[in-house]
Design a protein around this ligand. Structure first.
Ligand SMILES: [Zn+2]
Ligand SMILES: [Zn+2]
Length: 345
């Protein structure tokens, strides 16, 4: 079994603990129908979707024949786009999944990937997640992640690593669902209460190695995300690949060293050309909270990464996926992919 993460900041939230007003969003779940043909199997990159994206790629990525796969569960933003679920990614090593973020729709997207052949994303396996920051688009699926796998048979607690505030959010969600939990445990369902426990691990001021087991080590690193005090990206060094996930971040040169020679850089982006067509207020926001595709390309080139996958793509003024990818390519010669939900890399 997985070893528990390190650090003295483990804060166990007991079942039903906590009180006070929640104010926390319930799982939105409104992702709409999956309209895009998904990846065919665990060793496939998107097949149907590839037809739409092939023109955007600098070449197909190598079919992931190794032990580590990057599964895009949700590439969206706060926008309620039916074919782009809320931000969520799974790194699956053999059959063990590691989630990054849990935007709305996360459990259904994970199950869609499972149906497509990614065995590790069986719903009961969703037991470990890493949160980049507390923005609602990244966390609106949290009640779903806590409750749905439990209702469907998960018996172990959910461990979540993330910024300060995670423990309070976890506690308040459990409190909000107190009656549901009471009925499911004490009523005819007789569910095992261990499966709805949440163990939040708040990452303190000194991010670094936050988790390690036999398959992976996970480093958190601080990123500048506008006025957020705590926002993280994550670097996964697995048995056979290094994957760096930017999270939501403004332009961050520090990523060059962090992502040095990584196999995969999964990075958020907006298109520069569209950015300059927006008003000053919008530019001020996006310029500090997010990163242009041109800058992503520059970082990728300096870091010498193996491939760039764009996610959390912000289209600010009618710009196309092709334009966004083209901007990365002005700086970076390697493979660039415009990520779509349920693709596997
Ligand atoms: Zn976001
Ligand atoms: Zn954000």
């Amino acid at each position: 079994m997985r070893r528990q993460g390190i650090g003295g900041w483990l804060v166990a939230v007991a079942l039903l603990a906590g009180c006070g007003a929640s104010g926390t969003e319930m799982a939105a779940g409104g992702t709409g129908a999956e309209t895009r043909a998904p990846a065919a199997g665990p060793a496939a990159t998107a097949t149907g979707a590839a037809a739409a994206t092939a023109a955007l790629e600098a070449g197909q990525p190598d079919t992931p024949v190794g032990r580590t796969r990057v599964v895009l569960l949700g590439t969206g933003t706060p926008g309620a786009e039916p074919d782009r679920s809320g931000p969520a990614t799974a790194i699956v090593v053999d059959d063990t999944p590691y989630l990054i973020d849990f935007g709305p729709g996360v459990v259904r997207r994970a199950t869609a990937a499972f149906v497509n052949g990614v065995d590790g994303l069986r719903v009961q396996n969703l037991r470990l997640a890493f949160l980049t920051h507390l923005h609602s688009d990244h966390t609106a699926g949290y009640p779903d992640l806590i409750l749905t796998p439990w209702v469907l048979g998960r018996r172990e607690p959910l461990h979540v690593y993330g910024p300060p505030g995670l423990a309070a959010m976890s506690e308040n969600i459990l409190e909000a669902y107190r009656e549901d939990i009471r009925v499911r445990v004490g009523g005819a369902e007789m569910l095992d209460p261990r499966g709805v426990r949440v163990v939040p691990h708040e990452i303190d001021e000194e991010p670094g190695l936050v988790y390690q087991d036999d398959l992976v080590s996970v480093e958190a690193f601080a990123v500048p995300h506008g006025t957020w005090e705590h926002a993280f990206g994550y670097k996964f060094v697995t048995v056979d690949r290094t994957v760096v996930v930017s999270g939501d971040t403004g332009p961050f040169d520090g990523l060059v060293e962090i992502a040095r020679d990584a196999d995969v850089l999964l990075h958020e982006a907006y298109t520069s050309a569209a950015f300059y067509r927006r008003n000053l207020g919008t530019r001020r926001y996006h310029g500090t909270f997010h990163t242009s595709a041109t800058k992503v390309g520059e970082i990728a080139a300096r870091a010498n990464v193996g491939m760039v996958i764009l996610y959390h793509q912000l289209h600010l003024a009618g710009d196309s996926p092709e334009q966004m990818v083209a901007e990365v390519r002005t700086q970076f010669d390697g493979p660039v992919f415009y990520g779509r939900d349920l693709e596997v890399y």
